[in-house]
Design a binder for this molecule. Structure first.
Ligand SMILES: NC(=O)c1ccc[n+]([C@@H]2O[C@H](COP(=O)([O-])OP(=O)(O)OC[C@H]3O[C@@H](n4cnc5c(N)ncnc54)[C@H](O)[C@@H]3O)[C@@H](O)[C@H]2O)c1
Ligand SMILES: O=c1ccn([C@@H]2O[C@H](COP(=O)(O)OP(=O)(O)O[C@H]3O[C@H](CO)[C@@H](O)[C@H](O)[C@H]3O)[C@@H](O)[C@H]2O)c(=O)[nH]1
Length: 328
């Protein structure tokens, strides 16, 4: 029996596929390479280049590889883009997830693990935020993901399929062995943009807003190392396999860093400064988003190994340097 990883050629999916393979899992990847890279799929039993909503293809994969569990990363991920083009997000994240879930039910898939997001909370009323908080997503992206959580809950109530919806906080860093990393061109994530600026690939970085009600006026986020997040998926699979009941859980460390603290960490890692500019607030940014990770820590066999901003930044910077190497 195998595990199907959708979006396994992308940033988080490729790290998870490697983690699963190192745990002895047979990994099948389905990805349309819209933002992913075939070279990032390194130890698959099979790689299918196609769409998660291609019903015939998904049926064939489930039958051919006797798929026991699906880990569903495939999706569109840029919050401002979702505001500008909501229907793209409701199609790729919600409607296509519905088709995938339907084929999984039809094919007898036992477990489903879904990439959800802290964006389902919107502007959390309490920080750290736990899973019982009010869900008030501020963007079509967050709503497109929340609807998929709801679908899974309704489906698992009546079909023989258990699920875990993992709400990621801010994912950053790269594989410590340097095999994969965040490789998207024109990425917008803070740590990646800061590393690229420190390496001279961008002339400067802008701080989007320094008048937030936080300690230094810049936004606070809970940055989780992508390899720890990958391990959380392997742990969630083990938990569901052992008969654990369906789970919705935050994936973060439980402490936040401001934009200025992150930029300082990148300066420390690079060993030199770079140009930082102050800019107006970015539309839709909550001031502070920090997880309460108590549930995932008490439910899964998961112990973070890289809960250190300097380590996250060092790995992110090392990956950016690798991307600059010739033959990449
Ligand atoms: N990166 C973050 O900080 C973050 C935070 C919260 C949640 N997430 C979620 O995690 C998941 C993975 O994000 P990522 O950062 O690795 O993004 P990514 O863009 O690197 O990976 C997404 C992958 O899915 C593939 N894909 C997209 N639509 C597809 C489709 N219809 N059919 C087949 N393949 C398709 C892409 O080619 C890509 O390889 C996403 O669902 C995202 O919403 C990411
Ligand atoms: O050049 C930049 C980039 C970002 N920021 C700020 O840095 C913080 C983090 O921004 P970013 O790295 O873009 O992440 P978020 O907007 O917090 O969203 C990420 O984290 C969410 C979960 O918390 C996920 O749902 C999203 O997919 C993912 O993009 C925010 O305050 C931004 O305003 C800057 O000041 N300058």
């Amino acid at each position: 029996m195998s595990v199907l990883v959708t979006g396994g050629a992308g940033y988080i999916g490729s790290h998870t596929a490697l983690d699963l393979a190192s745990s002895g899992e047979k990994v099948v990847v389905l990805d349309n390479l819209s933002t992913g890279f075939d070279w990032a799929v390194q130890e698959p039993e099979a790689l299918y280049i196609g769409d998660i909503a291609d019903e015939a293809l998904v049926d064939r994969i489930i039958a051919t590889h006797e798929i026991e569990a699906v880990i569903h990363f495939a999706g569109s991920i840029i919050v401002p883009e979702s505001v500008a083009d909501p229907l793209k997000y409701y199609l790729n994240n919600t409607a296509k997830s519905r088709t995938l879930i339907e084929r999984c039910v039809a094919g007898g898939v036992k477990h489903f693990i879904f990439s959800s997001t802290a964006a389902v909370y919107g502007m959390p009323e309490q920080s750290p935020v736990d899973e019982s908080a009010v869900l008030r997503p501020m963007s079509p992206y967050g709503r497109s993901k929340l609807m998929t959580e709801w679908m899974l809950s309704d489906v698992a109530a009546v079909h023989d399929m258990s699920y875990a919806a993992l709400r990621y906080f801010n994912v950053a860093g790269a594989d410590p062995k340097g095999r994969v990393g965040q490789s998207t061109a024109n990425a917008t994530h803070l740590i990646k943009v800061a590393c690229q600026t420190a390496l001279g690939q961008r002339p400067h970085i802008e701080i989007f807003g320094d008048d937030y009600p936080t300690t230094d006026g810049t936004c606070i986020r809970d940055y989780i190392h992508v390899s720890d997040l990958a391990a959380a998926h392997t742990a969630a699979l083990g938990y569901l396999r052992k008969g654990g009941s369906s789970l919705v859980a935050n994936c973060g460390y439980g402490h936040g860093f401001s934009v200025l603290e992150v930029l300082d960490a990148v300066e420390r890692a690079a060993g030199h400064g770079y140009e930082i500019r102050r800019a107006p607030r970015r539309l839709g940014d909550p001031a502070s988003v920090v997880s309460n990770p108590a549930l995932i820590k008490s439910t899964l066999d998961w112990k973070p190994a890289f809960d250190d901003l300097d380590v996250i930044v060092a790995h992110a910077l090392a990956w950016e340097k690798r991307l600059l190497e010739p033959n990449r």
